[in-house]
Design a protein around this ligand. Structure first.
Ligand SMILES: [Zn+2]
Length: 319
């Protein structure tokens, strides 16, 4: 109750400050959860919190070290229960490294790096599309409110969960690798919302989950002490030749390879783009990028007030 009221207060405040819309009621189908702000204890693989005096058996994934802030208990659509605990602690940055990198995100290859490494697009959704469709059909055939419909729905939710888990695992692997190895990471500032309006590409764009990937890169580099440079979305990264700077305005989305008419270099479209992004990012890293970063951090300020020098880390447990 406490924290629900607190969240409601935050929502109303941001509504009256015209930062967001009028608060909506939570849908029954959304993630079921509640927050515990205090009196939490974990002892001998058991969780003790208010109303659960006998303790709940848990499987602990990570040791908790740091000052306890809040815990959230939640239930997924596949009937799994999680508790995630937010703690406050000092985080030490990783040692600085020399390497810098430019990333070009795409559909054909998920991510092409300026050092030549290519991360393939796994196209997870298309692999499971048939299964999803079949299960969806079964659900719609079952009578509303029946037991069998419930079971079919659970099966469907499990497929969705599996897709999400595979995707998350893949993205975490890549973002971990990139933030471990590079000091400055240059990216394009993508307008994913605008791109999804293209109905032909919408499905494959959503399947890539670029936004999730960029978010991961951002918070991981914050923890590890790396720098992220975002390049303007109107910078013509694929059209410019990285050798001589000639801009080929006739290039279309279909052209995967092209030859520079000015200097004769044969370019792989995505690799060339990643090199341009790196170049532009390093130029910006001296002056304008720092400016942009200041702007971003000033927006985030109100949320960070409680933990100024220390970052908040999450650890989650299951039972
Ligand atoms: Zn050229």
């Amino acid at each position: 109750m406490q924290s629900t009221l607190k969240y409601l207060d935050i929502d109303y405040k941001s509504f009256f400050n015209k930062k967001s819309g009028f608060p909506k009621f939570k849908s029954k189908n959304s993630k079921q959860s509640f927050t515990i702000p205090q009196h939490l204890l974990i002892k001998d693989n058991k969780l003790y919190c208010p109303k659960f005096k006998d303790g709940i058996k848990i499987k602990q994934h990570r040791k908790i070290n740091g000052k306890f802030c809040v815990a959230t208990l939640s239930k997924t659509n596949t009937n799994k229960y999680f508790i995630s605990i937010i703690v406050e602690k000092e985080v030490q940055h990783m040692n600085k490294v020399e390497k810098v990198i430019g990333l070009d995100l795409g559909i054909k290859d998920f991510c092409v790096c300026s050092d030549g490494v290519v991360f393939k697009n796994k196209k997870i959704l298309s692999k499971y599309e048939k299964k999803l469709k079949r299960q969806q059909r079964i659900v719609s055939r079952r009578q509303k409110g029946s037991k069998r419909r419930k079971l079919a729905k659970l099966k469907l939710a499990k497929i969705h969960e599996k897709i999400a888990n595979i995707r998350k695992d893949y993205l975490h692997n890549i973002s971990n690798k990139i933030t471990n190895e590079n000091q400055i990471i240059c990216l394009e500032d993508l307008n994913v919302k605008g791109m999804v309006k293209n109905h032909i590409l919408a499905k494959s764009i959503n399947d890539c989950s670029w936004n999730e990937f960029i978010n991961q890169l951002k918070y991981k580099s914050k923890i590890k002490g790396r720098q992220i440079v975002e390049i303007d979305r109107f910078f013509p990264s694929s059209q410019v030749c990285h050798c001589c700077g000639f801009q080929n305005t006739t290039l279309t989305l279909k052209d995967r390879e092209w030859t520079c008419p000015n200097c004769g270099t044969i370019h792989n479209r995505d690799y060339n783009a990643s090199l341009n992004i790196l170049k532009q990012g390093l130029n910006m890293a001296d002056g304008t990028a720092v400016k942009k970063q200041v702007e971003v951090s000033s927006i985030e300020e109100p949320m960070k007030l409680e933990a100024q020098s220390s970052l908040i880390l999450c650890s989650s447990l299951t039972y």
